[in-house]
Design a protein around this ligand. Sequence first.
Ligand code: PDD
Length: 287
Amino acid sequence: MSRVAYVNGRFLPHAQASVHIEDRGYQLADGVYEVWAVFGGRLADAEGHFARLERSLGELRIALPMSPKALKLVLRETIRRNLVKNGLVYLQVTRGVAPRDHAFPARPVRPSIVITAKPVDMAAAEAKAAKGIGVVTTPETRWARCDIKTVALLPNVLAKQAARENGAGEAWFVDDLGLVTEGASSNAWIVDADGVLRTRDLNANILRGVTRKSLMELIARDGLQVSERPFSVEEAKQAREAFITGAGSLVTPVVCIDGAPVGDGAPGPVAKRLRASYLSEASNRAA
Ligand code: PDD
């Protein structure tokens, strides 16, 4: 099946889809993105991602180049044209095309928009989660506005590459106090020695994960204890369990940190249960 991308108002064959060389996203990383998981051809946590997209754009004073209603239709059409049942949709909006200059274009330009969709092999994803992943830790080197989901991802790229080179699936950023902020493309969690679920609070310099938020609701419903209290790398290594959340990873158990096993070195019961309930809840609510 040939893939199709949406670029500035047109559906194009993926291989021929392109943007201008002076797109500010390309030259200056002046843009934002969103990623939705797709279940049964529908968007998971649809509204949470739309709300964050609007917030990210607002913080950078970039206008959404179409109405939210039209955007939803285009996202669904991109999923449909790519025959994606389970997978991911990627959306990127940049400030647009203008002669290179750091400040905003003097004359307003139309923001650029690109949407792609790809299938995910759910059996392979489940097999990966059943095994669990390793994480490596890396110093927090990002800017102070990680709450904005910008396409400026170089520290995340380098962190993820370090993970890959060490046979790990994710990298956790660690701040000056030795506390974990989040992953290169996910939020970080532990089940601490007292059985309390811990993840970094939203006043910290992290992305306000949509999957994190949905999981919080599930956790509350399950009556599990949760605390948005930071944890150190050492605490994570001593934790009963660890896991990550994100549109790509959903809920994925972490079984070792910098080579040291977490718990007994196998996916923990809480993470496994939360993955199953997130999947079933998010699929039911997908829109
Ligand atoms: N990443 N933290 C960072 C730095 C992220 O890049 C992401 C998502 C998350 C989790 O957010 P959410 O639950 O809303 O997906 C946390 C996406 C999936 C990506 O970059 O591909």
